[in-house]
Write a protein that binds this ligand. Structure first.
Ligand code: KIV
Ligand code: ZN
Length: 505
């Protein structure tokens, strides 16, 4: 392996799977393991075989299903664990036993209740025993983050002498500062005489949100394996995320490092793990979050449209995301709206764009996000041009203890007329008030309200059919206020009576 190649050790199926509610069955684990293999991870930690028959079986089946990555099984520094792990790895083409013990004062004194010298003896025995079964043995010094560096160096020297090929320096509690963790790795590089005979591995937890920073500082200071999980899932606040480390290394050419990860498969692998583990990815999660490539402020949108790199350091296509998204909100400018219209195949002149933009802002103030359907509706309204009849104002009184009453103001041939009427509901009251004004003999034949997408802040589309002297006229409108949409749709249909259009909108 080249000196600057960072080995990606994925523990989604072990440390990641320890998260309550994220347990996978063997078939699902195989699916994830295959995806990790395709993604290009070097080592898959497939489970902790002695912990349960299910875990044992998963390690066996993953060993059979996956051929390229090294398959790793976790153990404590206990003979029985090591024997069971070796048995579970029987079918693996390339296998590793990952054994270890706590080395911090907390673990030595309160968890294991022993002495530092006894810990070294048990660590050495475990590594030697594991080497009887496999050539590749990784040793973890649990809670190395809070272990004394001089003592840790003695443990690491002893386990390498006993045959460890990889030495894992976990920041088990996620306590270290990036500089502190980097200095710890540097200390081992400088003070463990046989360190060149093993690969140093990082394993950082995210309790203080520093897992990725710590991992990078470990690598910069000499570690050449990073233990990571997809989407950063794992115990408590999680582990270092694979996608973050892989993309930092890929983006920062100045580090002169590489991994075997195929970034194009990052997004699909993220979603596979999220779906199978029922663990949604936080929207602002780096690289794979829903908003990781979404721009919503007008200034950023304009900048991205001029040149993506103004506000993006990674091309979303690189990580398997189709494109950056320009989220249309009340903060979006004309440039973003025009871009979306363009994508929808709607070409507009400056005046038309100004008119749609004006309507867009009114709608965007009522609705958090404007979608394509909204845009089509808005542009349709502009194309329809000025109407003979136009709703100018609407006021409705309704509720469960009053008779609904509506007052409408309708511009008819340039002049606003108002009318008030009761009804059996707010829509009935509003339509009756309009009927009083237009003096037309119209019957409502069909009335359909539809929500376009999901939320309660969505716009409702209203389709109406009215009958006048044996002919059918159609009307349509859309608004976040369904009563307004209903009245507008009714007026739209009635307007067609005069010009005789009976076609649908
Ligand atoms: O966080 C940790 O210390 C671990 C070890 C078992 C490697 O997960
Ligand atoms: Zn861990």
């Amino acid at each position: 392996m080249e000196e600057n190649r960072v080995i990606i050790f994925d523990t989604t199926l072990r440390d990641g799977e320890q998260v309550p509610g994220c347990q996978l069955n063997t078939v699902e684990k195989i699916e994830v393991a295959r995806a990790l293999e395709a993604l290009g991870v070097d080592v898959i930690e497939a489970g902790f075989p002695v912990s349960s028959p299910g875990d044992f079986n998963s390690v066996v089946e993953i060993s059979k299903a996956v051929r390229n990555p090294v398959i790793c099984a976790l153990t404590r520094a206990v003979k029985k664990d090591i024997e069971v792990a070796a048995e579970a790895l029987k079918y693996a083409e390339r296998k590793r036993i990952h054994t270890g013990i706590g080395t911090s004062p907390y673990h030595i004194q309160y968890k294991i209740k022993t002495t530092p010298e006894e810990i070294i003896r048990r660590a050495v025995d475990a590594v030697k025993y594991a080497r009887k079964f496999v050539d590749d043995v990784e040793f973890y010094a649990e809670d190395a983050g809070r272990s004394d560096n001089a003592y840790l160096a003695r443990v690491i020297e002893a386990v390498i002498k006993a045959g460890a090929t990889v030495v894992n320096i976990p920041d088990t509690t996620g306590y270290c500062l990036p500089e502190e963790y980097g200095a710890k790795i540097r200390y081992l590089v400088d003070n463990v005489p046989n360190i060149d005979q093993a690969v140093i591995s990082t394993h950082c937890h995210n309790d203080l949100g520093m897992a990725t920073a710590n991992t990078m500082m470990g690598i910069i200071n000499g570690a050449r394996q990073a233990e990571v999980t997809i989407n950063g899932i794992g115990e408590r606040a999680g582990n270092t995320s694979l996608e973050e480390v892989a993309m930092i290394i890929k983006s920062h050419h100045d580090l002169n490092l590489s991994t075997g990860i195929n970034p194009k498969l990052i997004f699909s692998t993220s979603r596979l793990v999220s779906t199978l583990m029922s663990m949604p990815v936080q929207a602002n999660k780096a690289i794979v979050g829903r908003n990781a490539f979404a721009h919503s402020s007008g200034i950023h949108q304009d900048g991205v449209l001029k040149n993506r790199e103004n506000y993006e350091i990674i091309d979303p296509k690189e990580v398997g995301i189709r494109e950056s998204s320009i989220i249309l909100t009340a903060r979006s400018g004309r440039a973003a709206l025009n871009h979306r219209l363009d994508l929808l195949g709607i070409k507009l002149g400056k005046e038309e764009l100004d008119e749609i933009y004006h309507r867009f802002l009114i709608l965007a103030d009522k609705k958090k996000e404007i979608n394509d359907e909204d845009i089509k509706i808005l542009s349709g309204e502009v194309f329809r041009g000025e109407k003979r009849l136009k709703l100018e104002s609407l006021q409705v009184l309704c509720g469960n203890s009053v008779t609904p009453v509506a007052t409408v103001g309708v511009r008819i041939n340039g002049e606003v007329h108002t009318s008030t009427a009761p009804g059996n509901g707010p829509i009935d009251a509003a339509l009756t008030a309009v009927k009083h004004l237009i003096h037309e003999n119209v019957h409502l034949e069909e009335f359909l309200i539809q929500a376009i997408t999901r939320g309660s802040d969505d716009i409702g589309k209203v389709h109406i059919q009215v009958e006048h002297e044996g002919k059918i006229f159609y009307g349509f409108s859309a608004n976040t206020d369904i009563i307004t949409a209903s009245v507008e749709a009714f007026i739209d249909a009635v307007s067609r009576i005069d010009n005789g259009t009976t076609d649908t909108v």
